[in-house]
Design a protein around this ligand. Structure first.
Ligand SMILES: [Zn+2]
Ligand SMILES: [Zn+2]
Length: 296
């Protein structure tokens, strides 16, 4: 479904939730979309055969899954996320799926993947070109600036429309369950810096790939989103103060995700707990002895 934001910019609102996402359409002299993760019916409304350019916020499947509809378009992504889309081995590495067996003993990977509806298509695509931080795309009357905002993935980018004061934050998703930094190249430290950079832009209108609204309250939402990373640090640290624990023990206490409705959420909880443990160790607040973590 298309939701008009300005004369030239619309949100392609996905009729299916995760593992699909909302995308943007720029309907100008040059027609472009940012991400292709909406459901097929919604993507068909933008006439994919007449789209000149596809810009990707990052490599994840829920953002790139509609790529085959855009065979005529020139596709772009940040260079740090390019390789992830090239082969099944790269896809596995960049999504940390090679850690499934060690972190999820007893859970069948294919069953878990089927439960969240991924891997039904070949998850790798050919990309025509890469873009860099600060690069401007001029579509005619509309311009957009690429902002490299790593943390969610190494090449994650947000998109800033300066004339409309509109910021599209990609998977700095501003939902109740974010922020997510579960993959090998993700980093809560970089996520903190990226969110701060977006706050400093002072955007008037903000939206992301997983919310349906165009918010005028975006700066406050970004602050709250950033603080959740510190709150997760705090919950893990407080737990370790009374319970020296392994990654498995900590993950089973749901300190990041309140619910684990599918094995993938437990997997992400573990991957993200590990990121926090590295961070807390580096700051000197916890130590590790034979895979048991404890507060200093
Ligand atoms: Zn993502
Ligand atoms: Zn996403």
């Amino acid at each position: 479904m298309l939701l008009k934001i300005t004369d030239k910019i619309s949100m392609i609102q996905s009729e299916l939730g995760f593992t699909y996402c909302n995308c943007l359409l720029i309907d100008d002299d040059i027609r472009a979309v940012i991400d292709t993760g909406a459901d097929t019916k919604s993507l068909t409304e933008v006439l994919p055969e007449n789209i000149d350019m596809v810009l990707y916020t990052h490599h994840h499947y829920d953002h790139t899954r509609g790529n085959p509809l855009f065979g005529q378009s020139k596709t772009f992504i940040h260079e740090a996320d390019c390789e992830a889309l090239t082969t099944i081995e790269a896809f596995t590495y960049y999504n940390s799926l090679d850690q499934w067996d060690s972190l999820m003993p007893g859970y069948d990977f294919l069953d878990a993947a089927a439960q969240i509806g991924i891997l039904e298509n070949a998850p790798f695509w050919s990309i025509d070109a890469t873009f860099k931080d600060g690069q401007i795309f001029d579509f005619g009357k509309t311009k957009v600036e690429v902002l490299h905002t790593p943390g969610h993935s190494a090449g994650h980018c947000s998109f800033w429309f300066p004339d409309q004061e509109l910021l599209f934050t990609g998977d700095i998703c501003l939902t109740k369950v974010g922020p997510w930094y579960g993959e090998i190249c993700a980093s809560p430290d970089e996520m903190l810096q990226s969110i701060q950079r977006l706050i400093d832009l002072k955007p008037r209108f903000v939206t992301s790939c997983h919310i349906n609204e165009i918010s005028e309250n975006g700066i406050e939402m970004l602050h709250e989103f950033k603080n959740r990373i510190y709150k997760r640090d705090e919950r893990i640290l407080n737990y370790l103060k009374t319970n020296p624990a392994t990654v498995e023990d900590i993950a089973n206490h749901h300190l990041i995700y309140r619910f684990h409705p599918t094995p993938f959420v437990l997997f992400w909880e573990k991957l993200m707990v590990i990121k926090h443990l590295h961070r807390l160790k580096r700051i000197g607040l916890i130590s590790e002895d034979d895979e048991i973590f404890f507060a200093e």
